[in-house]
Design a protein around this ligand. Structure first.
Ligand SMILES: Nc1ncnc2c1ncn2[C@@H]1O[C@H](COP(=O)(O)OP(=O)(O)OP(=O)(O)O)[C@@H](O)[C@H]1O
Ligand SMILES: [Mg+2]
Length: 315
């Protein structure tokens, strides 16, 4: 039993398949995409946690080594650390394919993102209790963390061949932040670990957008109450978004298979539906779409697939 609706699962498979068909991917275009995603994820992942750098400032701090006046030193260091952690992730995926997720690896990721800002606790489990700001869930007592982490890795190993990758990655993320093994930096570490699982399976880097923070917290708290479905879907949407960006960039213009993604209202104009109705279909997971900023993008082909699906159901 999978937690993903069939159409979302199919949409991910179709996109991953389309990406794999383009392999070997053109080196320089992939390099550019990676640079873009590294900055985008560094900005978003740190901003979710309250880092004050903007996307552009993050770019400048990483690529030009500049210091932004009036912004805390800590925010600069966190950006650099996070960017370095992503480079490590890419290396792992490329050169150490066999290396599987372990407690040590999770701790290494934590150590990398807190290297410059945390002297004592970088890469070390907490020894005191913590709360998660803005959440009802109270993580387990510090004394239970080592056992819970061991159980988490056991769970992962048992399920890594059984569950669809996106589901496995999302559930791992939730379980890790549920334990909250570190004093700080749990969210960032979990988003990295989730990406490691996805990237090993050929998915591009996936970004939890700062704009989606509210929803991210809401679906995590549902998952705390043993209802992880919305969180898995939330992650699946993020995966879909990254795949779309890769496909959009890497598919040769001439390719007939290329789908043209347009803002929702433009698709609605040429369809029998209102933008409001299409928006509802998207939220119900019935119409494939992705978000850029605050705007939904979908395609004529996606709408056609929805209509064909309905037709089939009627028959
Ligand atoms: N209800 C919840 N249950 C479990 N985990 C949650 C819940 N709400 C939020 N979280 C996680 O807790 C993280 C915050 O914890 P922490 O401050 O240790 O991490 P961080 O990396 O410093 O911050 P952030 O994740 O906000 O960037 C959130 O990013 C999110 O992943
Ligand atoms: Mg924090």
């Amino acid at each position: 039993m999978t937690l993903l609706p069939k159409n979302l699962q199919e949409s991910l498979e179709r996109r991953l398949h389309a990406l794999n068909k383009l392999r070997p991917l053109p080196h320089s275009a992939v390099q550019k995409l990676r640079e873009h995603f590294k900055i985008e994820m560094t900005y978003n992942s740190n901003a979710i946690e309250g880092n004050s750098l903007t996307l552009k400032e993050t770019f400048l701090v990483i690529n030009e080594g500049i210091t932004v006046k009036g912004k805390p030193l800590k925010d600069h260091l966190e950006a650099k650390d996070h960017h370095a952690a992503l480079e490590y992730l890419y290396e792992l995926v490329e050169y150490k394919k066999q290396q599987t997720l372990s407690e040590q690896l999770v701790r290494t990721l934590h150590q990398l993102i807190t290297r410059e800002t945390e002297e004592e606790w970088a890469g070390r489990y907490r020894e005191s209790n913590v709360f998660i700001g803005g959440a009802d869930h109270t993580p387990p007592d510090a004394i239970d963390v080592p056992l819970q982490m061991k159980k988490l890795i056991d769970w992962f190993q048992k399920n890594q061949k059984k569950l669809p990758i996106v589901e496995l990655a999302a559930l791992f993320h939730h379980r890790l932040v549920f334990i909250h093994p570190f004093l700080d930096g749990n969210g960032r570490t979990a988003r990295l670990a989730m990406n490691l699982i996805l990237m090993k399976a050929g998915y591009p880097l996936v970004v939890v957008l700062k704009n989606d923070r509210k929803k991210y917290y809401r679906v995590l708290s549902e998952a705390d109450k043993e209802n992880p479905k919305s969180f898995v879907q939330f992650v699946a949407r993020a995966v879909e978004r990254s795949l779309d960006i890769y496909l959009k960039t890497l598919t040769p213009i001439s390719s007939k298979e290329r789908e043209r993604f347009l803002p929702l209202f433009q698709i609605a104009e040429k369809s029998p539906y209102s933008a409001k109705y299409l928006n509802l279909l998207i939220r119900q997971g019935k119409l494939e779409a992705h978000k850029e900023g605050r705007i939904w993008f979908t395609s004529q082909e996606a709408l056609k697939r929805y209509q064909d699906g309905r037709q089939r159901k009627r028959e």
